[in-house]
Design a protein around this ligand. Structure first.
Ligand code: AMP
Ligand code: FES
Ligand code: ZN
Ligand code: ZN
Length: 311
């Protein structure tokens, strides 16, 4: 297969776009497309201070690389979760993130959960009924809270994450299987800060397939952690991704179509507003982020509990 732009040998064939590109044209195409998505969904502008949540994986490091190439003002935030899994998962992901930042002279903020809150994520999860087997929901809750806190306290205009199309389509699939109206309403490439405790969020890679991001990271020579989080084994999201990949193999473009037609349906008013109006939410007395859970939000309750136990 040949590159559509220069007829050299293509390194990637994107069947959903009927588009093959050589290395140079692919590495040019990805930032151009990203810039299009940033503008289309009004994610941010060159004046904004951007905080990129980096996990050390291919997507978030590729995103930081792209934003840097596009000359946006983007710092990184790495959250040390304290996950070992026998392979030093967190240590290795920190190393990849730090190395990336150092080589490019970029600022990386590091928050170590154990240092800041007294326990690692798996330790915090042990204290909840739901988290005992799998720390993933406690982990998600904690990451969201910490990302918001750092972005707000340090004056960033927008927080961006490396979620790709495969991630978004799998979440959409799960939400649709269960018709979770509130979650469907809030799933979006850009989410406004509709509460004083929140920061605006954006997902500039939401229209790229995971394989495109892997190819981009590889061709750009980015060193990232290949391994998935050891706790993700058996996760529903991975099962949904496999199902969607089977569909995609038979019908190239099905995944992209699923996601884009959802966004279109939402624009056409398919989903009613969520039941809980965010302005009716209370603010957590400790961190100021929205909560339905009482005086303290679920995360602050979790870490308070932990302080009490460890004291
Ligand atoms: P995940 O929830 O692991 O699929 O990750 C989705 C996105 O969340 C990544 O692309 C990152 O932008 C962000 N993220 C995940 N883990 C971390 C972490 N430990 N520190 C900072 N950001 C993270
Ligand atoms: Fe959080 Fe795996 S449990 S990344
Ligand atoms: Zn070419
Ligand atoms: Zn709180």
């Amino acid at each position: 297969m040949k590159c559509r732009k220069c007829s050299q040998k293509a390194v990637i064939n994107m069947r959903q776009h009927k588009l093959g590109l050589c290395k140079d044209h692919f590495l040019e195409w990805i930032p151009q497309q990203t810039q299009r998505f940033i503008e289309k969904y009004r994610m941010f502008t060159p004046e904004d201070n951007i905080l990129v949540a980096v996990s050390g994986g291919k997507d978030s490091l590729a995103l930081w690389d792209i934003l840097h190439r596009l000359e946006y003002k983007a710092d990184g935030l790495y959250i040390g979760l304290g996950i070992d899994g026998g392979s030093g998962y967190s240590d290795e992901s920190l190393r990849c993130s730090q190395q990336f930042a150092e080589v490019r002279g970029l600022k990386l903020i590091v928050v170590d959960v154990k240092e800041r809150y007294g326990s690692t994520i798996p330790e915090l999860a042990q204290k909840t009924a739901r988290g005992r087997d799998k720390p993933c929901s406690v982990c998600g809750l904690s990451k969201r809270n910490i990302m918001n806190r750092v972005a707000r306290q340090q004056g960033y205009d927008v927080l961006v994450t490396g979620h790709n199309l495969d991630d978004e389509a799998a979440v959409l699939f799960g939400n649709t299987l269960n018709w979770l109206g509130g979650y469907l309403q809030r799933q979006s490439p850009v989410l406004e800060a509709d509460h004083s405790g929140l920061v605006r969020k954006a997902k500039p890679l939401c229209r790229f397939y995971e394989r495109e991001m892997a190819a981009y990271a590889l061709l750009r020579g980015i060193e990232y952690i290949y391994e998935e989080c050891p706790h993700s084994v058996g996760a529903k999201s991975i099962y949904y991704k496999e199902l969607l990949n089977r569909l995609e193999a038979d019908r190239p473009g099905a995944k992209l179509h699923f996601y884009l037609s959802f966004l279109q349906a939402k624009e056409n008013g398919l989903f009613a507003p969520p039941e809980i109006e965010t302005q009716d939410l209370k603010s957590c007395v400790s961190c100021g982020q929205p909560t339905t859970a009482g005086e303290l939000c679920s995360f602050c309750r979790l870490v308070e509990l932990d302080y009490a136990v460890s004291r």
